[in-house]
Ligand binder design. Structure first.
Ligand SMILES: C[S@@+](CC[C@H](N)C(=O)[O-])C[C@H]1O[C@@H](n2cnc3c(N)ncnc32)[C@H](O)[C@@H]1O
Length: 264
């Protein structure tokens, strides 16, 4: 369970307003749920544990502000559930409003949740997560030419504008974990704002191939797409060295490279 001051700060970062629809993941006994409901939100909570789901549902049943799905978030059809909720809240203009995600997630599903939710800019305006601090720093602050720089950084920047909000010391949790946490906000891009690539599948396929052989130069690791000479020419045409390795390219560099080498 999380200290109530931190719940307040977490909800404050999300600027939750009366009538907002908020997805919460793993509500447990409902301490964050309580703060969300008190801020005027309607909460869709996805809780894997049957007993916890029943408990939290019962706790807030009189408010009419909580719907609990007893499901694994990773397998849940989030988009369909949110859009039917938006449809059913008649007084709200469903064309203009966007739902949010505010969650103290189980740390072990962080990567799966990020991969699942960040491409949902058509459904959510913002995803605010309490993550393990190390994960938060790796996702938001990993710099070029460091071992922490990975395909997930390209993924995060492709779909969102991430921001590290604040650290949450382990003493704010009960029971106390062995690690500190941090709150990160991911402002989701609308699908029309995604970098222009012919296919996101082909783009991330190229990024993953590049990082699979991280120590190799791109002119060697991407030879399944085109010849090494063509890769060298493409790199030089976007102002990079022909000997570049994946950790030297920003997300925009990868986009430019992809758009050239998939056309040759
Ligand atoms: C509040 S979270 C834990 C948060 C804390 N940051 C941590 O990692 O220990 C714990 C809740 O998430 C639920 N949970 C765990 N995995 C889940 C999943 N895949 N989908 C939905 N709920 C899940 C658990 O049943 C539990 O009630």
């Amino acid at each position: 369970m999380l200290n109530s001051d931190i719940n307040e700060k977490l909800v404050g970062v999300a600027c939750v307003e009366e009538g907002d629809i908020v997805l919460e993941i793993g509500p447990g006994t409902g301490s964050l749920t309580n703060t969300l409901i008190n801020s005027g939100a309607f909460v869709l909570a996805v809780e894997k544990d049957k007993h916890m789901a029943a408990l939290v549902s019962e706790r807030f049943s009189s408010t009419g502000k909580l719907k609990v799905l007893n499901e694994d978030i990773v397998k849940c059809h989030v988009r369909a559930h949110i859009s039917s909720l938006v449809e059913s809240t008649k007084e709200i203009d469903s064309d203009t409003r966007k739902s949010k995600v505010v969650a103290n997630i189980p740390f072990y599903i962080s990567t799966d949740v990020i991969k699942q939710l960040l491409p949902m800019g058509d459904t959510f305006s913002e995803v605010i997560l309490l993550l393990q601090e190390e994960t938060a720093l790796r996702l938001v602050e990993a710099s070029l030419r460091t071992p922490e720089y990975r395909p997930i950084n390209i993924f995060v920047n492709y779909y969102s504008d991430p921001e590290y909000k604040f650290k949450v010391a382990r003493t704010n949790f009960f029971p106390q974990p062995n690690v500190d946490a941090a709150v990160v906000s991911f402002k989701l891009k609308q699908p029309s704002e995604y970098p222009e690539v012919s296919s996101s599948k082909s783009f991330f396929g190229m990024v993953n191939s590049a990082f699979n052989e991280k120590r190799k130069m791109l002119r060697n690791s991407l030879q399944h797409i085109c010849t090494s000479v063509e890769i060298e020419e493409a790199l030089e045409s976007i102002g990079l060295l022909s000997t570049s390795r994946p950790e030297e390219l920003t997300m925009n560099d990868f986009v430019k490279l992809h758009n050239i080498i998939t056309k040759v």
